[in-house]
Design a protein around this ligand. Structure first.
Ligand code: ADP
Ligand code: ZN
Ligand code: ZN
Length: 824
């Protein structure tokens, strides 16, 4: 028989560490201490030392190939232990490769809430009998005694208690295997919430003659025990009973008649799907969409759908029904919304339809709530997860359906690493789970619609609004459709030529007055993005373009220059319009405050609410503003982008868009698309319950296809023009884009670094023999300076751009955005 001599080989861990790296594939190697051997395996989350700190890391490989250089030991596994599932790991690797980020960055959205915050070192005994037969020094013994008495203790607390630095003591005891160290996250992994209970110990034999309150309380407890058995009784149930007081219960506990316990609070029991849920009659259009979707859900094959339905056409109703189908079959559902703060109404509808079965996951929840919700999801207790893009990474193992509501929204793309798009990740996810992907929008992303047109995605359409239900022939409910609001485009050039220079055109003034006088509400929408950089002729609508690139030139006030953000062409701003000679060449910088003041002047006594970044900065929350509107405490809402999003305000009959051009003439790949979407969304806020709603759009270029198509609610017309434009200019979906941005406080450094990297990219393309790739730039970014740092950018365009970008290692100061939504 062989004796097991200590021939065990030293093990090593290759880990993806939470630290910026220029080689994004780089892993760091650590030695695996013997006592951790069983607890550290691939896909586990651990703490490792890096320079003077502890960092989180994900184990990629455990092996016994001794590296040629000295390595430090793994510090400890994260507690509670966390391991990525195989599916998640596969997704993480895919995200790192496609979005060109490090493995740790790609994994970060999967980590449980709370980890990754500051960690504090803790000590504990490895065995309950302390040091065993080890010979200890006095200080070592003191530490062991302390840990035996207190259990796990922070290093800081142990130092205080013993008045020593303990550095060598801890190291020796750890080496001897007497104690172990762990890193605990400060505010993470919060305590399990507890609830107070009461349990009967001795029902008889106490004299409560002189204590009537206690006698009554005991009576109630006895009856309950007789009925329901010996289970602990929730405290709050007891104190709600007439005659039972908290004081009496305390006194009974002191007599030893009952005991008061703190037990883990019961989590909500998984509610059963209600058989009647979702039993609204569908409109014929909804029913047709539902039948197609149902067939795919039944088939259990990965399949993608675009649910193209105008605002108020009943898309959410379809989401609810599909979710109910999945939940009823033990599958899980991910419902994504662009922004959770604006999704209160959607969340409420899901909660109402699936009480106790909906988890809302997002970063603004208190850490403890987030962590517990996350755990409940991980344990399979809650089947529906609603949240922003990060909810895609919820720990789910039986996903049947992923929904992206308002799939065209820019919020689905993350703008720091990993720079993923929720739609692309969802696509990957449904393949892993054989699930269905449902993309919903009134104004689908042009690339999504193109995919539907070319057959990669199946198209479901809801072309009409759901109106009030009426009883039709034979007593069956029928739906009346509700018309979309009428949109009037006001040509601001005409207003000017007729001597009207007010920021509200005459039709808008009239519509506002009418709305307020008849007790309805109005929204005035103002786009602020880029407003001060647009130079437009107010007489003819002309916007100066780059002679080489056909994109609008951008005004840079600090240099008093017009600049092309594609080719860096610079020229002075014209003092007269080059097209018509008028001197009414203006910049647009009207703010919400100005609009608010004008409304008050125009309609004295009107109650005006400003819904913009300023209001939110003052600490007002979306839901407060929403409530004020719903309670009819306001007549006119003046707002920016936020009011365009999916809010449902029954009393809004009138919408005014102050200047539709500001967004349209940004030199971005999606300016026309964003304009069309925004106009359609804002217009969709009007007339959601009643007919006769009005939308007024003010523009100096009313003939532009984005404005014209939006005014006719004509997605198809917009799409035809836009897809032709994209094809002509080689923009997505026809050619791929990758954007590189560098920031530096010194402009010259910024510019020269950008030039060097452009050369590197060109050389790499040559070396790889990449054919389909163009290099655009370097140029200053649209926002030339951000918080004191200049920004320069480079674009790669073409099918081979990913291969080129993937082959270069750039300094971590570069931001790389694959398939950017914007190139501003
Ligand atoms: P969307 O999500 O497309 O904007 P919703 O699902 O919110 O549309 O529907 C708009 C309104 O019509 C909501 O008030 C919704 O309750 C109602 N609705 C939708 N479908 C039906 C239906 N089949 N029967 C009755 N009301 C419906
Ligand atoms: Zn002009
Ligand atoms: Zn140019």
């Amino acid at each position: 028989m062989e004796t097991s001599v200590s021939t065990r080989k030293q093990l090593y861990v290759d880990a993806a560490v939470d630290t910026p790296v220029s080689d994004r594939r780089r892993l760091l190697t650590y030695a695996l201490p013997e006592h951790l051997a069983g607890r550290v395996a691939p896909r586990h989350l651990i703490w490792v030392p890096l320079r003077k700190e502890l960092r989180l890391a994900i184990v990629v490989r455990v092996h016994d190939e001794a590296p040629a250089f000295p390595v430090r030991p793994v510090y400890a596994p994260v507690e509670p232990a966390f391991c990525l599932s195989e599916r998640q790991w596969e997704l993480v690797q895919w995200i790192a490769e496609t979005t060109l980020c490090s493995l740790f960055e790609a994994a970060s959205p999967c980590l449980p809430p709370g980890v990754g915050q500051r960690s504090v070192e803790h000590l504990r005994l490895r065995s309950p009998d302390g040091a065993g037969d080890h010979q200890l020094t006095r200080t070592q013994q003191a530490l062991v005694d302390l840990l035996a008495e207190r259990g796990e203790t922070s290093l800081e607390a142990a130092r205080k208690a013993l008045g020593r630095s303990l550095t060598s003591v801890v190291a020796k005891l750890e080496a001897a295997g007497v104690i172990e160290r762990t890193a605990r996250v400060v505010s993470g992994a919060p305590r399990t919430p507890t609830a107070r209970y009461v349990r009967l110990i001795t029902p008889d034999g106490v004299d409560l003659h002189r204590a009537p309150a206690q006698r009554r309380a005991l009576e109630v407890i006895r009856r309950r025990v007789a009925l329901a058995g010996d289970e602990p009784i929730p405290w709050h149930d007891l104190v709600r009973r007439p005659g039972v007081t908290a004081a009496a219960l305390q006194a009974l506990a002191e007599r030893g008649v009952i005991e008061i316990l703190e037990l883990p609070a019961p989590s909500a029991p998984p509610a059963q799907p209600r058989p009647g849920a979702g039993s609204t009659y569908l409109t014929p259009e909804q029913a047709a969409a539902w039948r197609t979707l149902l067939a795919a859900l039944r088939a259990g094959e990965p399949e993608e759908f675009l649910l193209h339905g105008i605002t108020g056409s009943g898309k959410t109703e379809i989401y609810l029904r599909a979710a109910a189908w999945c939940v009823g079959r033990g599958k899980q559902v991910i419902m994504l919304v662009p922004e959770i703060a604006l999704a209160a109404q959607t969340v409420a509808r899901f909660n109402e339809r699936f009480p106790g079965q909906v988890a809302v996951l997002h970063s603004t929840l208190p850490p403890a709530t987030r962590y517990h919700t996350w755990r409940a999801v991980a344990e399979g207790r809650i089947p529906i997860v609603v949240g922003p893009r990060s909810a895609l990474f919820a720990p789910l193992e039986r996903v049947g359906l992923v929904i992206l509501d308002e799939e065209h929204e820019g919020a689905y793309k993350q703008d720091n690493p990993p720079r993923y798009h929720a739609r692309e990740v969802a696509r990957r996810l449904i393949r892993q789970h054989n699930a269905v992907l449902l993309l919903g929008s009134a104004t689908p992303d042009v690339t999504t619609y193109y995919a539907a047109e070319t057959g990669a995605i199946r198209l479901l359409e809801l072309p009409t609004r759901v109106g009030p239900r009426v009883l039709g022939k034979r007593g069956r409910p029928e739906h009346r459709t509700l018309d979309l609001p009428e949109v009037q485009v006001v040509d601001m050039r005409l207003e000017l030529s007729q001597g009207h220079t007010h920021i509200f055109s005459r039709p808008l003034q009239a519509a506002l007055r009418r709305a307020v006088e008849s007790g309805e509400q109005a929204i005035l929408f103002l786009n602020r993005r880029g407003a001060a950089t647009l130079i437009q002729c107010r007489a003819c609508g002309h916007v100066e373009q780059c002679p080489f690139c056909d994109v609008p030139l951008v005004y840079h006030a600090d240099q008093r220059l017009l600049l092309c953000h594609r080719c860096n062409q610079r020229q002075p701003p014209p003092s007269r319009c080059p097209a018509c000679g008028s001197s009414a060449v203006g910049y647009y910088g009207t703010g919400t405050q100005r609009v608010e003041a004008e409304v008050r002047r125009l309609i004295p006594g009107a109650r005006v609410l400003r819904w913009d970044q300023d209001a939110l900065r003052r600490g007002v929350e979306h839901r407060h503003l929403m409530q004020r509107v719903l309670r009819h405490e306001v007549d006119v809402i003046v707002g920016t982008q936020m009011v365009a999003k999916g809010l449902d305000f029954p009393l809004v009959s009138t919408v005014g868009i102050i200047n539709a051009d500001t967004l349209l003439h940004l030199p971005d790949i999606r300016s026309a698309e964003r304009t069309f979407q925004l106009l359609t969304q804002v217009a969709g806020r009007a007339g959601r319950r009643t007919p006769g709603a009005r939308v007024i759009v003010q523009s100096y270029t009313p003939d532009h296809y984005a404005i014209d198509a939006a005014s006719r609610h004509d997605y198809a017309a917009f799409y035809r023009e836009e897809i032709a434009f994209r094809r002509k200019h080689g923009y997505p979906p026809f050619r791929r884009l990758i954007r590189f941005v560098y920031r530096h406080p010194d402009e010259v450094t910024c510019q020269t670094t950008a030039a060097e990297v452009a050369d590197l990219l060109a050389a790499t393309a040559d070396r790889l023999g990449a054919r389909d790739v163009d290099l655009l730039g370097p140029t200053p970014a649209f926002t030339a300076k951000v918080r004191g740092r200049y920004q320069w950018q480079i674009l790669l365009r073409g099918a081979d751009s990913h291969a080129v970008a993937s082959a270069v290692d750039l300094d971590p100061g570069w931001a790389i955005d694959v398939d950017p939504l914007s190139v501003l």
